[in-house]
Design a protein around this ligand. Structure first.
Ligand SMILES: *[C@@H]1O[C@H](CO)[C@@H](O)[C@H](O)[C@H]1NC(C)=O
Ligand SMILES: *[C@@H]1O[C@H](CO)[C@@H](O)[C@H](O)[C@H]1NC(C)=O
Length: 492
């Protein structure tokens, strides 16, 4: 009797223990005691497992142009059905879902194919959710570094076409089949899902389109297996404000300065060249800056690089131009003779063409024109050497001042040799001053020719600079993302 009671109590205790036992643990044992995670969840070998995939982008971390890598933070939602994990919640006290570590169940081994870092799989192996009926759902996060061929031709007004290609590492198209996950309305989500609340916008890139496509490849020969993968294309557009503010505006301003070289007077000599060469140096610094940013590709030249090359060529032309203008401006009558045609072209035709009036003709006998006293002293010394020929000077005087002075001079000469030598000296000074004036006239003719040359070259350089700059930047402005037949990626 006592033994019967004891065993009854024991049984009750056991039952009580069983009552309090974890339902999830029961379910776990029910599902996994005879489970082999290495086998595909199909009843017959020819069956395929249907895997629905949904990629959610939470952050486009960066696009490294130099290394041509795109870094993204995504959540990969993978759902499939495993008949071996079928259970009914009625058998397990209403337990609807079981969370188990991912290494316990069969996984389709989805990897990023165009990954360029050791991490092909997910970043964190989170738990797998097993729902009633054997539906399995896994949502691991991943940070992928994928290859993206960067097209630099329009940098920094460019857009890029990057893709994320997912495929099953171990299974062919005969074994697994990809489909897009469906949203609440039953429509397949055939693009990268961006939850505007969870998404952190990238400061440099805007995402325009993000369509996805399931691709199937027929095997080439009978025994080569068919393949399948999912490709998501990210069409991203650069927001160029950073480069406009930091490179383009300073570069245009500095390059514009080179035109100022034309306004320096010829007397400033080498400073004309100094200005343009300094600008050339500054442009080299900008060229160096963008060379650090873009990939070392010879396939195309970035727009900014083309612009810098252009302004450097302009600056070099201006340096050459300055040297030529200086050469013209600083000529003297002793070394060069100005032909009448040259004078006509540069002193009359060009100023008239450019609409600038030639300087008013200086009156010949302007008393204001002063010759340097040093020059006169030199000529005076010369005079002393020439003294014996003073008679000739008096001869010349007669021709110049008409007949009435000559008798006066002669009578004066006869009167006193002191007066005669004095008149001699005065005559000589007048003559040399006139000589010097003529020289000065010719020197200033050369300077004016240089000025005319400067004016016409300034106009040419201004036109070249502005037309070239606008042409190059308009090319960038018109490089818009084409209108693709996809819905915009980020719904407003
Ligand atoms: C799960 O199993 C039950 C019976 O064991 C069956 O009726 C049901 O169709 C199965 N569910 C699925 C999704 O296979
Ligand atoms: C982007 O690249 C993919 C594959 O590399 C290509 O199929 C697609 O046409 C490209 N899209 C555009 C807009 O160029």
């Amino acid at each position: 009797m006592a033994r019967a009671l004891l065993s009854g109590l024991l049984l009750l205790g056991l039952l009580g223990l069983d009552e309090g036992k974890n339902e999830e643990l029961n379910l776990y044992h029910h599902l996994f005691d005879n489970y082999d995670r290495d086998c595909r969840p199909v009843r017959r070998p020819e069956d395929t497992v249907t895997i629905s995939l949904k990629v959610t982008l939470t952050n486009l971390i960066s696009l490294n142009e130099k290394e041509e890598t795109l870094t993204t933070n995504v959540w990969i939602g993978i759902d499939w059905h495993d008949y071996r994990l079928n259970f009914s919640k009625n058998d397990f006290a209403g337990a609807e879902v079981l969370r188990v570590p991912s290494e316990l169940v069969w996984l389709p081994e989805i990897v990023l194919e165009n990954n360029i870092d050791g991490q092909f799989g997910v970043a964190y192996e989170c738990n797998v959710l097993v729902y009633e009926g054997g539906y399995v759902s896994w949502l691991p996060p991943a940070i992928y570094r994928s290859t993206c061929a960067v097209e630099v031709a329009y940098f920094p007004f460019d857009w890029q076409n990057c893709s994320l290609i997912f495929r099953s590492q171990s299974y062919t198209a005969e074994e697994v089949e990809f489909v897009f996950a469906v949203d609440d309305d039953g429509k397949p989500i055939n693009n990268i899902d961006i939850d505007t609340e969870a998404f952190t916008e990238n400061g440099e890139w805007a995402i325009d389109f993000c369509p996805g496509e399931i691709r199937r490849y027929e095997g080439g020969s009978a025994d080569s297996p068919r393949e399948t993968d999912i490709i998501y294309t990210l069409i991203i557009r650069r927001k160029p404000l950073f480069y406009v503010i930091n490179i383009i505006v300073p570069c245009v301003l500095i390059s514009g300065l080179v035109l100022l070289a034309y306004f320096l007077p010829a007397q400033a000599g080498g400073q004309k060249c100094t200005v343009s060469i300094n600008v050339l140096l500054a442009q080299t610094v900008f060229l160096f800056l963008i060379a650090q940013k873009i990939p070392e590709t010879s396939l195309s030249v970035p727009l900014l690089g083309r612009y810098l090359i252009f302004v450097m060529v302009v600056a070099t032309l201006i340096v050459m131009n300055c040297v030529i203008v200086l050469n013209v401006s600083l000529r003297t009558p002793t070394t060069h003779a100005a032909s009448p045609r040259l004078r006509h072209v540069f002193l009359e035709l060009l100023p008239r063409l450019l609409g600038s009036s030639p300087p008013p003709e200086a009156p010949r006998a302007a008393p204001a024109r002063r010759a340097s006293s040093v020059g006169i002293l030199l000529r005076a010394e010369e005079l002393i050497l020439k003294k014996p020929r003073s008679e000739l000077v008096f001869e010349g005087q007669r021709h110049r001042h008409g007949a009435w002075t000559a008798p006066l001079c002669q009578s004066l000469g006869a009167a006193a040799p002191e007066i005669r030598s004095c008149v001699d000296a005065v005559n000589f000074v007048v003559e040399s001053t006139r000589d010097q004036e003529a020289t000065g006239e010719e020197v200033s003719d050369w300077v004016r020719m240089g000025k005319a040359l400067d004016n016409i070259c300034f106009c040419a350089a201004l036109v070249l600079f502005s037309v070239g700059s606008s042409f190059i930047f308009l090319g960038g402005y018109f490089n818009q993302v084409p209108q693709l037949p996809y819905p915009p990626c980020i719904q407003p």
